[in-house]
Design a protein around this ligand. Structure first.
Ligand SMILES: [Zn+2]
Length: 347
């Protein structure tokens, strides 16, 4: 089979398309013929490497993918054969306290396809049967690849960590990122008022089309003042921040009493000076979030399959164009998911 392989960390040139033997599913696993894969920032980290973290090289990247089950391993039901599926990207030990509580993302053995082991940037991928999300008839395989990681992440941030309520004011930074596109739709689904920030007028416009009520172009306007004008004296109830140093310290001052700020990343940098006085005098919560539980993955999938949440596709590439796809994801203009079509024969 064809597989994208990373043997050493680096630039686009380390993405190699190679021929590998077709993988065989082990106990409790199935094999998919991969139809589509979607890129995430995680793929860029796997490619570039992260200081202090060791990835199992060589690795086939790709945490989001969809396809058709074509082989089952020992103990996996043959009823899966021929079914069209998306894949929950996270897996865990299944036996510890967090796993038994449905909080698999807190398991010490939590892993992600394409980061901890081989993923879906290949003709075939092997996954655990409990990670399968069966698609309803007619649901397109490209959209099936486009939602699992980002919608799980955004759902866990807003619904589990922040416990959003109808009518709350939610500020979401970097409107075009995969997580922010999902967060905007999820906040709307929960009846919230949403404002987004973005770095171009086009992205602000797309953020509004994606469901935000208000948007601000932080390159042309004072975004802090724009948020104050929108939120009024009460302030913002919830802030979704994966930008970090450039936005988080100001966010603390924009929050309402009882407000929550949730972060799943620090793309502008992890080190910052934060004034902690508002944290206690306004009873704020500063929350961290990574991925989510398997139950939440199924819950968010149900909304996607029913059309209440709609993954946004930015662009499509072939598996051979994986380096171009990585380049696109790194561009500022990207809005929504960058997809790789692996098997054009699968509908
Ligand atoms: Zn566990």
């Amino acid at each position: 089979m064809r597989a994208v392989r990373i043997h050493e960390h680096g630039g686009l040139e380390v993405l190699r398309l190679e021929d590998l033997p077709d993988p065989e599913p082990g106990p409790g696993e199935v094999r998919l013929r991969v139809a589509w894969a979607a890129l995430n920032h995680l793929d860029i980290w796997v490619r570039r490497g992260v200081e202090g973290h060791r990835f199992p090289l060589p690795i086939t990247p790709g945490c989001d993918f969809s396809g058709v089950v074509d082989r089952v391993g020992p103990g996996a039901s043959e009823a899966w054969l021929g079914r069209r599926v998306a894949v929950a990207p996270g897996f865990s030990c299944g036996q510890c306290l967090p796993c038994a509580s449905g909080r698999q993302n807190l398991c010490r053995k939590y892993g992600i396809y394409g980061e901890t082991c081989d993923g879906g940037n290949a003709d075939y991928a092997v996954v655990r049967v409990e990670n399968l999300l069966e698609l309803p008839d007619g649901f397109p395989l490209d959209r099936a690849a486009a939602f699992p990681l980002t919608y799980l992440t955004a759902w866990h941030m807003l619904v589990d960590r922040c416990e959003v309520r109808p009518g709350e004011k939610v500020l979401i930074h970097a409107a075009g990122s995969g997580v922010s596109v999902a967060a905007t739709q999820i906040a709307r689904l929960w009846g919230c008022e949403v404002m987004v920030t973005a770095g171009t007028p086009e992205k602000v416009q797309k953020g509004l089309e994606n469901g935000a009520h208000h948007g601000v172009d932080y390159r042309r306007e004072d975004w802090v003042q724009a948020v104050k004008d929108w939120a009024g004296k009460g302030g913002v109830d919830v802030i979704v921040d994966h930008v970090g140093a450039d936005t988080l310290p100001q966010g603390i001052w924009l929050l309402a009493r009882g407000g929550r700020l949730v972060t799943c990343g620090v793309t502008s940098g992890p080190l910052m000076e934060v004034h902690f006085a508002p944290v206690f005098f306004k009873s704020l919560s500063i929350l961290g979030s990574t991925m989510g539980g398997l139950g939440e993955q199924h819950e968010v999938a149900r909304h996607v399959f029913a059309g209440r949440l709609k993954p946004v596709v930015d662009s499509r590439f072939s598996l051979e164009e994986v380096a171009e796809a990585h380049r696109r994801l790194g561009e500022r203009a990207v809005f929504g998911k960058v997809l790789l079509q692996v098997d054009p024969g699968l509908a």
